[in-house]
Ligand binder design. Structure first.
Ligand code: ADP
Ligand code: MG
Ligand code: ZN
Length: 519
């Protein structure tokens, strides 16, 4: 086994082989940016995409003498997240200073929580798709939560130069708008027992957490914008089916800032294969952070990270402790949304989807968007068809979300309505969707601009039917003689003559009427 200077082995072990011989252990750390109007410790706005350094003040710039004040809305969100994750809520806890130097962190410490998190000891039940392709019911896997704590985001550095990375950059720019935005960090206990399904469990956990946070309304949970970020820790230990739980954990690596559900699954899978190769070569896994590369599907070494990293944590002297009263916490418990898994079962019933259909919808990440589409007036069947068809195919191929293409629930409801009213047939509706995807406007605008409208006027259709029958007397005879399937050829001719702008079902009706033997 050869290793490159970055510690990337030249070879990795095949996944099936790796999990046959090793037991993966994972730990997932998720950072979620809260969607509060103001920052964690000051009144600065949190709007995404504002001009650099326009949402800053002495507190979030770390100027001497500035005093922070805790954002009550952020504490409320933290408690609701903790409750939704079945955690215990601290009746008293403090912030702590995590000291380290980085140019995007102007105070030289991050205000965080250390040994006194606001929420701890919880769990989240996640569903992973049933094995196989025939719609087996999902498997439920319990992920235990170690803690959820409050902290603040750092600023954002942009390294200008060809590499886009700090190494080899010509110069770097820092934007402090993000510095001080409230973050909640949710850390799992080591996840064991997932075996070969570990990558899927990782993906399902982050997906379930995202759904839960969205349902709580505490964050816009956009992974591609960084408002939900995942660090994936992984280690392998030898497989011992008789006494697996007593085998000590191996050395972990921490793959940082993985920013899509698909990448979470791929990054864990890759690290399993890489660790197996390192161990097979008789080498030691280096405890370090790793960078995930979406394009090549591999990780590379970041910085070494020992468990003894000394951040010189100490309680934050400028902030009062947080001590949520039991009454307040119970009041917040009453505001929790229906748990996502239960909600999915209820929606499946309401929408009349089969298990297999619901599974496709869940896998496409389309539950919420279908709910919005039905609320906007679409039929459940229509909403499902459009969101799990072309849009899901694109999303899957590009590792994006179905909602990332500029098509909205209102668009799909409009399109579904146009099909329902008989204004568009199926193939026209597909062309309209293409137009919406290409940014040509709403479905009505696209249909008008492209001249897509089914001809409703039966007289034009009747003419086309008569012409088709006259042009193919032998086919017509077959239909008259009872071979109804033969009508397909005539329908094809009619649709061609009508330039596709007819209702094929109505054309079929007319053909069969014309060719039915007299009673
Ligand atoms: P750090 O400060 O390194 O980020 P955290 O405690 O915040 O440490 O997170 C570490 C994560 O890794 C947790 O989810 C923890 O359960 C998990 N973990 C700890 N040890 C191991 C291990 N040997 N293998 C895999 N995951 C681990
Ligand atoms: Mg951590
Ligand atoms: Zn500020």
């Amino acid at each position: 086994m050869t290793t490159t200077s970055t510690g990337t082995p030249a070879r990795v072990v095949d996944f099936d082989d790796a999990v046959a011989r090793f037991d993966p252990v994972m730990g997932l750390e998720v950072h979620v940016e809260l969607s509060t109007a103001t920052k964690m410790f000051c009144g600065c706005a949190t709007t995404f995409g504002a001009d650099p350094n326009t949402q800053v003040c002495p507190v979030c710039l770390g100027l001497p003498g500035a005093l922070p004040v805790v954002n009550e809305g952020a504490v409320e969100s933290a408690v609701r997240i903790g409750l939704a994750l079945n955690c215990r809520i601290a009746d008293w806890c403090r912030f702590a200073r995590k000291n380290y130097f980085y140019p995007d962190m102007p105070k030289n410490f991050q205000t965080s929580q250390y040994d006194e998190p606001i929420a701890f000891d919880g769990y989240l039940d996640v569903e992973i798709p049933g094995a196989g392709d025939s719609g087996e019911p999902p498997e439920v896997f319990r992920v235990e939560i170690e803690r959820a704590h409050m902290e603040e985001d750092t600023g954002k550095s942009t390294h200008v130069g060809t590499s886009g990375r700090i190494h080899g950059a010509d110069y770097s720019l820092v934007d402090y708008n993000r510095a001080g935005i409230p973050l909640i960090e949710i850390v799992t206990k080591p996840i064991t027992g997932a075996g070969e399904r570990a990558p899927e469990v990782a993906r399902a956990y982050v997906g379930a957490l995202r759904d839960l946070l969205r349902a709580l309304g505490v964050s816009d949970v956009r992974m591609e914008q960084g408002s939900l970020r995942c660090d994936a820790n992984l280690s392998l230990r030898p497989r011992d089916d008789a006494a697996q739980q007593s085998v000590p954990f191996g050395t972990r690596t921490e793959t940082k800032n993985v920013n899509s559900l698909r990448s979470v699954e791929r990054a864990v899978r890759y690290e399993i294969c890489r660790h197996a190769a390192v161990l097979d070569a008789g080498q030691a896994v280096v405890q370090e952070t790793r960078h995930w590369h979406e394009d090549t599907g591999i990780t590379t070494a970041g910085r070494p990270k020992s468990d003894a990293d000394d951040y010189r944590y100490f309680p934050e002297p400028d902030l009062v402790p947080v001590s949520p009263s039991a009454e307040w916490v119970e009041g917040l418990r009453a505001t929790l949304p229906e748990p996502p898994a239960q909600r999915r079962r209820r929606l499946q019933q309401d929408w009349g989807y089969s298990d297999l259909e619901m599974r496709d919808v869940v896998n496409a990440g389309a539950v919420e968007v279908i709910e919005d589409t039905v609320a906007a007036g679409a039929t459940p069947a229509g909403a499902r068809k459009w969101w799990t068809g072309e849009l899901a195919r694109r999303a899957n191929a590009e590792g994006r979300e179905v909602t990332d293409f500029g098509v909205t629930p209102a668009h799909v409801a409009e399109l579904d309505g146009m099909v329902g009213e008989g204004r568009l047939n199926d193939s026209m509706a597909r062309q309209v969707l293409e137009g919406v995807l290409a940014g040509e406007g709403t479905p009505t605008e696209v249909a008008d601009a492209r001249g897509l409208r089914m001809v409703r006027d039966d007289s034009a259709l009747e003419e086309a039917v008569d012409a088709a029958i006259a042009a193919s007397p032998d086919v017509a005879d077959k239909v008259r003689g009872g071979k109804v399937q033969a009508a397909g050829a005539l329908i094809g001719q009619v649709m061609k003559q009508m330039k596709g702008q007819a209702d094929a079902a109505r054309a079929r009706e007319l053909i069969l009427e014309r060719l039915s033997p007299p009673e």
